[in-house]
Design a protein around this ligand. Structure first.
Ligand code: HMG
Ligand code: MG
Length: 315
């Protein structure tokens, strides 16, 4: 399978952690329920493709996200995943109890930078979200878990429009102040642009949150995700969220589409001589297989360009 020609550019990291969210952010948004065996196969194939962090599922209310109601079953089916980070989303103490009982070692809470999305996604106001997350973060840290804090709507909100940078910095620093280890900046509806990305990272740096603790999480609604990622790398970020085949979205954010496709990200990173540990051809084969399971083609440009080279497309 074709690989990009490697030409390095100045001012970029040697290595980037690709944090894969397809099994969670991707599958939470599918209208058809994907069988638990297919989800497990997806996760196993992502791990086998060399992804170092694979977000597996969410321990949220099954009434809110029925697509991921099988979280316990999925983890039981998978068993221990050695040598790979396997985080899950947890909104509240009920979710943390479930995650701990399932043997999870890494969780992510998910805050909102805006009032409306906090209401829509978490059923509480912006200020009240902190009261829900604090005991989760504190107890998870006491249990020795790794904790990520997402902030959604960092660059714009479908109901409120523009989101001011200081508002994002305020929510991010409060979540980190609870004890979260890392921050993921969610462009939930894909409206970010590169200058905005640089400015937000600069403002976070000024507030004492350096790029070594930050991941970027771009949805590709407006086709800006790769450009924004490059801007983030130039600002020192070395962890990027993406979704195999470009699956994804948020059922509680109208106009959220797929995440940056992992294949598109890996093509760019490898072309820049940045190592990821990911095997692009295994990944493309995985996304082509998942497109068969879901019954529609992948939106990823790189999957579309390379899938024709696959020796045998499994259904
Ligand atoms: P609520 O209705 O306020 O919660 O929802 P509640 O505490 O009043 O409980 C209501 C019912 O849900 C009760 O059941 C609870 O037991 C149950 P009942 O007694 O009525 O039968 N319940 C739970 N069940 C299992 N596990 C739990 C749990 N919690 C409550 N953890 C809540 C509040 C936060 C639970 C709800 O709003 C929720 O689940 N929201 C999750 C929405 C979601 O998953 N959105 C997608 C992820 S975020 C995202 O995609 C963005 C991201 O990718 C970054 C980006 O792109 O920006 C991360
Ligand atoms: Mg997302």
């Amino acid at each position: 399978m074709r690989e990009p020609q490697v030409v390095r550019a100045e001012g970029l990291p040697e290595r980037v952690t690709v944090y894969e969210v397809g099994a969670r952010d991707g599958l939470q948004n599918e209208s058809a329920l994907v069988p638990v065996e297919a989800k497990a196969e997806f996760v196993r194939r992502l791990v086998a493709a060399g992804l170092p962090a694979v977000e597996v599922t969410s321990f949220v209310s099954p009434r809110w996200v029925p697509q991921l109601a099988d979280a316990e079953e999925l983890l039981a089916e998978l068993g221990p995943l050695d040598g790979v980070r396997a985080p899950v989303l947890v909104p509240n103490e009920r979710g943390l109890d479930r995650a701990l009982a399932a043997g999870v070692r890494e969780i992510a809470v998910f805050g909102s930078a805006t009032e409306t999305f906090a209401q829509r996604n978490l059923n509480r106001g912006l200020e009240d979200q902190f009261a829900m997350f604090e005991p989760v973060v504190v107890r998870a840290k006491a249990e020795g878990l790794v904790v990520r804090a997402y902030v959604s709507m960092c660059f714009g909100d479908p109901w409120e429009g523009d989101v001011a940078i200081p508002q994002v910095v305020g929510v991010a620093t409060r979540l980190l102040g609870m004890g979260a280890d890392e921050l993921s900046l969610g462009d939930t509806i894909g409206v970010a642009t590169p200058g905005h990305t640089t400015a937000l990272l600069q403002a976070l740096g000024d507030a004492g949150v350096g790029p070594e603790r930050i991941s970027v999480h771009f949805h590709d609604t407006y086709g800006q995700a790769l450009s924004n990622t490059l801007a983030a790398l130039q600002s020192g970020v070395t962890s990027v969220d993406s979704s195999a085949g470009g699956l994804g979205g948020c059922p509680y954010a109208k106009s959220a589409t797929g995440n940056l496709a992992t294949e598109d990200l890996v093509w760019m990173l490898h072309g820049l001589g940045i190592s990821t540990g990911v095997d692009l051809s295994s990944l493309v084969a995985t996304s082509a297989w998942m497109a068969g399971v879901l019954g529609r083609p992948s939106p990823s440009a790189v999957v579309r360009a390379l899938a024709a080279d696959l020796p045998d497309l499994e259904g």
